[in-house]
Write a new protein. Structure first.
Length: 395
């Protein structure tokens, strides 16, 4: 019979569920359950198999709406689709939480450094899983990512890092066939402007830091290894991890030969002053590391703790350990070191990174600007004396 609102609502419930088919649209029907519930469906053939696809329950879905949906799905079947199988696959599709776990274990752990893995894992656990973990991979939209990014606007740096990690993760998902190619939901998400920190030590601040380091060493406030670590960071421009995990076997008379670093293998020039710092350090039998802690094995683990005490005593509360590397680059540029040469010393992959680090010191900029102004002023005054009295007031 033709399925209408009246005919469907007139169907009686029986001990077992049964089907009534529509006389107009072949394959469109309604299932009557013993409970009296009515559910619309469409039946079709896919290859040699007969499949049924539930369209929805009567009430929320009207008979006319169900008939329209049935025609739409049958049209998809005629074009070669299998709506029932598509829905099944979608229902069984992995979630973003599952993708996060696989991304960390199969991609990041295999292709990235341990520090990168730790950073990505923090982003995944604290931000991506709590907000998007229950979503299926294909269901995540640009709007979802934009909302997550917007909700972190008070911490722009972290907000941008989250989008960066998600971008990489969804690219990998496409490579694995878990998401349609070219549909990365992080595309066109505008990053927040990050205020670059241009902190480095002036000559006077460098002097204060030195006084605190060596007076603390004499008083027994810090170990010789702690003082040596900060001196080496300042004298070589190395990253904290590179000095913290430095081994004696990496050291030659002229270089630090690091087998691995943030940018891969590095050969770092070792100036005489840095060599003297190293030469004064006692070695511990059976321990390969240079910067030693209290335990017999391993290296000094947490240099942030003594640094907080040191910078407070030196009146440098806003200075991070990484700013010692900034200071090295700044002094290098101020003293005429070519940026291309500095790029090799600092171990950067590209010149733009070097230029971002190598900030000219404020006093050097002030001095340069002053010399330009003085030269121009002398030229103007000489012209004034030749052509007439100097202008006393410039309106």
């Amino acid at each position: 019979m033709k399925l209408t609102k009246r005919s469907v609502e007139g169907l009686e419930a029986k001990e077992k569920d049964y089907l009534i088919w529509d006389s107009e649209v072949r394959g469109f029907g309604v299932r009557v359950f013993p409970s009296g519930k009515l559910s619309y469906l469409v039946q079709y053939r896919s290859g040699k198999r007969t499949r049924r696809l539930t369209l929805g329950q009567h009430g929320p879905l009207t008979t006319d709406e169900a008939r329209s949906l049935a025609k739409q799905q049958l049209g998809n079947v005629a074009r070669g689709d299998d709506p029932s199988e598509t829905r099944k696959k979608k229902r069984m599709a992995p979630t973003v939480a599952a993708l996060c776990d696989r991304f960390l274990s199969e991609y990041v752990a295999e292709h990235c450094k341990p520090t990168t893995y730790a950073s990505y894992k923090t982003v995944v656990i604290q931000h991506i899983k709590p907000k998007l973990g229950i979503f299926q991979i294909e269901d995540v939209t640009r709007a979802d990512v934009a909302e997550l990014h917007h909700n972190m606007k008070d911490t722009p740096y972290h907000a941008n890092r989250v989008v960066m990690v998600m971008s990489k993760m969804f690219n990998v998902a496409e490579d694995w066939g878990l998401r349609t190619e070219g549909t990365n939901p992080t595309r066109r998400i505008k990053k927040y402007k990050e205020v670059e920190k241009k902190r480095y030590l002036s000559d006077e601040e460098q002097s204060r830091l030195g006084e605190v380091l060596f007076s603390g060493l004499e008083n027994g406030d810090y170990s010789e290894y702690v003082v040596a670590a900060f001196m080496l960071l300042l004298l070589t421009g190395c990253r904290l991890r590179e000095i913290q995990t430095l081994k004696w076997e990496y050291i030659t008379r002229t270089h630090l030969e690091l087998p691995d670093s943030k940018t891969g293998r590095r050969r770092i020039p070792l100036p005489r002053e840095a060599w003297e710092v190293l030469d004064a350090l006692p070695q511990r039998e059976g321990n390969p590391y240079v910067i030693l802690g209290d335990k017999p094995e391993g290296h000094y683990n947490d240099l942030q703790k003594p640094w907080r005490k040191i910078r407070a005593r030196a009146g440098l509360d806003d200075v991070r350990i990484h700013d010692l590397r900034h200071t090295y680059a700044s002094v290098a540029v101020t003293n005429g070191i070519d940026p291309f040469m500095l790029k090799e010393i600092m171990g950067h992959k590209n010149l733009s990174t070097t230029l971002r680090y190598a900030h000219l010191a404020d006093e050097a900029v002030q001095k340069a600007a002053g010399s330009v102004a003085a030269r121009l002023a002398r030229a103007v005054r000489n012209r004034d004396r030749q052509d007439g009295p100097a202008l006393r007031v410039i309106r």
